[in-house]
Design a protein around this ligand. Structure first.
Ligand code: GAR
Length: 224
């Protein structure tokens, strides 16, 4: 099997990156060849280095107001490592339409909400404030509109009455770690195509049951 050469772009903790590195055994369709951070102090860099994955830093602060220069430096690092697909994993810089266009169909992101609800920042606080009963995460192809690209996969988690931003974030993050390696594997294996702006996955199994939260009494759940 030819594995797609994968770069993981991070800005911080790198727990999604770590989940993907752990999943990327020799039979996984993507081979992590580079972890690239826009911050030299990103904790994820140490995790990647400990696993023997090449790391690079392009300090976004050094390119203040020069997004083209910042992205040209990133492109140089990506080219040096022969990168074929990119997974954004907590990468907190908005990419230019030019960069996104060059990598269209080969650039994927995870976002901590059930898009199109709660694009942008502070998703968990906003979900709590809105009183939604289901929250979650979304893996999507990246297009020029922030948090707008075709959805590949989503995971829902319940919002519980006692939740705080931290407890809800932790529940979503655990779901992210399960969802992202799976969604990325479909992209790497060439099993995703885009039709009329929507992602179609040729290999996926779909959950036939609906998710309910809160749960109705058992008697009401019976279909007899
Ligand atoms: C994750 O929750 C990810 O979904 C989110 O940042 C966190 C990074 O955590 N990404 C975004 O908000 C992108 N807009 P990690 O560094 O531990 O993977």
């Amino acid at each position: 099997m030819k594995r797609a050469r994968l770069a993981l772009l991070i800005s911080g903790r790198g727990s999604n990156m770590a989940a993907i590195l752990a999943a990327a055994r020799p039979d996984y369709p993507a081979e992590p060849v580079l972890v690239l951070s826009n911050r030299g102090d990103a904790a994820g860099l140490g995790i990647a280095a400990a696993r023997g994955v090449p790391i690079a830093v392009v300090e976004s602060r050094a390119f203040k107001g020069d997004r083209a220069g910042f992205e040209a430096a990133m492109e140089a690092a990506l080219a040096k490592h022969g990168v074929e697909i990119i997974a954004l994993a907590g990468f907190m810089r908005v990419l230019t339409p030019e960069f996104v266009h060059r990598w269209e169909g080969r650039l994927i992101n995870i976002h901590p909400s059930l898009l199109p609800a709660f694009p942008g920042l502070d998703t968990h606080a906003r979900a709590l404030a809105a009183g939604v009963r289901l929250h979650g995460c979304t893996v999507h192809l990246v297009t020029a509109g922030v948090d707008e690209g075709p959805i590949i996969a989503q995971a829902a988690v319940p919002v519980l009455p006692d939740d705080t931003e931290a407890s809800l974030a932790a529940r979503v993050l655990a779901a992210e770690h399960r969802l992202y390696p799976a969604a990325l594997s479909w992209l790497a294996a060439g099993q995703i195509k885009v039709e009329a702006g929507r992602a179609v996955i040729t290999a996926a199994e779909y959950a036939p049951e609906s998710l309910l939260n809160p749960l109705p009494r058992a008697a009401l759940l019976s279909t007899q």
